[in-house]
Design a protein around this ligand. Structure first.
Ligand code: NAP
Ligand code: GDD
Length: 388
């Protein structure tokens, strides 16, 4: 269900994990509402609610009368939002997603569940929209995943990154405080905050030393979440998640860039792949595992912050070797180094210690690094192999 001004909504299809029925081409665009049942009437986000009293009355009546738990996800169209929505649906939640207006809709990651989630317009930049959405949905749990998440872009647009990732978090917390302080909040913090690491491995108590505007804004989001928990007694938690990937990862991030590049080379659609720093190390896990940790954090008796990581670090070079090797290719023939992909300041080596999450949440990862990379290569080979 889409409660947005999307009477001409489009579904942009762009990639999916193995086994999904989703079509896979970004240039394969079709109308969303032609595809699936849609309750309620589409409306323009800028118009007065009174024009839409009937559909909202139905939604609110259903909320008031059902004992079902409701969750609101900001960033539902992103990698993590899509996996989290699937998890919450499987746990019996009624799932709502805050989506911002784009000139072309970006629903390819949630296309397969669009008939089971309700999308409502709003933007982290717009305080009133957040208050309106919370007032309408009255969720039990709010997962704030929306962000400008691509680190290099934060040097290009540092101010906007701060509006999304720092003040955006404050707006979400303010909305909760004013609408219903009993809403439980998950904030998406990041291992990028550790930056030039002060301790190896990194744990909850490790001091931050962010190395990008993105990392700095995430540190603000982290601390303002803790501050609102302590100032207003909110059930607000921060998950300090290390890199997590999947076939739904954006194409600009290094794992997906590599697996997509390998598939293109294997299928004769490209003859090389340009990369930056091959020596950087990351603690990479599978996104499907990591959203389970988010949910577990909100099921605890008391709010707290947790590191979520595999405890294993690998270099970009190892990633490249495994991905090309899985497709039977010699990476040294195809990979070119391009200084354009070197960052003004780099995070050299991240490795997390998730023992607190293991002990207190009972969380542990299920997908190995090798399994993750080969899963992603296979998904990209399948997706690109299906091109007409
Ligand atoms: P992603 O795929 O880039 O998704 C970001 C989401 O945020 C998209 O749904 C995007 O919507 C939405 N968004 C961006 N700006 C918005 C705004 N102003 N108002 C409303 N929505 C907005 O990111 P992800 O990998 O799923 O990551 C989820 C969260 O975890 C992010 O906060 C990220 O910083 C954090 N994190 C990620 C990782 C990781 O390795 N993936 C690790 C640590 C922390 P559109 O579709 O409209 O662009
Ligand atoms: N993107 C990219 N492209 N990265 C490259 C490339 C390239 O061509 N070549 C080398 N790298 C290196 C980067 O320099 C970095 O050290 C590493 O690969 C990982 O880069 P990304 O995949 O872009 O991820 P990230 O670590 O910068 O950020 C991700 O993880 C954070 C958690 O630590 C994002 O998901 C952030 O949103 C998240 O918070």
């Amino acid at each position: 269900m889409i409660e947005t001004g999307v009477d001409h909504a489009t579904v942009m299809r762009g990639g999916v994990e193995p086994g999904s029925t989703m079509a896979l081409e970004q240039d394969n665009v079709e109308t969303a509402q032609g595809d699936r049942p849609c309750r309620g009437q589409p409306h323009d986000a800028t118009t007065d609610d009174s024009n839409h009293a009937a559909p909202y009355a139905i939604v609110i009546f259903r909320m008031a009368t059902s004992g079902t738990k409701r969750a609101l996800i900001t960033g539902i169209t992103g990698q993590d939002g899509s996996y989290l929505a699937e998890l919450l649906l499987s746990e019996g939640y009624e799932v709502f997603g805050l989506t911002r207006r784009l000139s072309a809709s970006n629903y390819w990651r949630i296309e397969h569940i669009l008939d089971r989630v309700t999308l409502i317009p709003g933007d982290l930049l717009d305080q009133l929209s957040l208050i309106r959405v919370l007032d309408r949905v009255r969720p039990h749990e709010l997962y704030n995943l929306a962000a400008m998440s691509f680190v290099p872009a934060s040097w290009d647009q540092p101010m906007l990154t701060g509006e999304f990732n720092a003040q955006g978090v404050t707006r979400v917390l303010e909305a909760v405080r004013h609408v219903d302080p009993s809403i439980r909040i998950y904030q998406a913090s990041s291992s990028e905050m550790f930056g030039r690491v002060r301790e190896v491995p990194q744990r909850e108590s490790t001091p931050f030393y962010p190395r990008s505007p993105y990392g700095v804004t995430k540190a603000f989001g982290h601390y303002i979440t803790i501050n609102y928990r302590e100032s207003y007694n909110l059930f607000a938690v921060s998950g300090i998640l290390f890199n997590h990937e999947s076939p739904r990862r954006g194409l600009e991030f290094v794992t997906r860039k590599v697996t997509d590049g390998v598939a293109k080379i294997k299928l004769g659609l490209a003859d090389s792949l340009s990369l930056g720093n091959l020596d950087a190390h990351r603690d990479w896990g599978f996104a499907g595992d990591y959203v389970r940790a988010m949910w577990l954090m909100l099921q605890q008796d008391a709010p707290d912050d947790y590191v979520i990581a595999t405890g294993e670090a690998h270099s970009v070079k190892e990633l490249v070797e495994i991905a090309f090797g899985h497709a039977g290719l010699d990476w040294e023939r195809y990979v070119k180094l391009d200084p354009a992909f070197i960052r003004p300041a780099e995070v050299d080596h991240l490795i997390g210690d998730a023992s607190k999450a293991k002990t207190e949440l009972g969380w542990s990862p299920t997908v190995t690094f090798n399994g993750l990379v080969t899963m992603m290569v296979d998904a990209d080979l399948k997706r690109l192999g299906q091109r007409p």
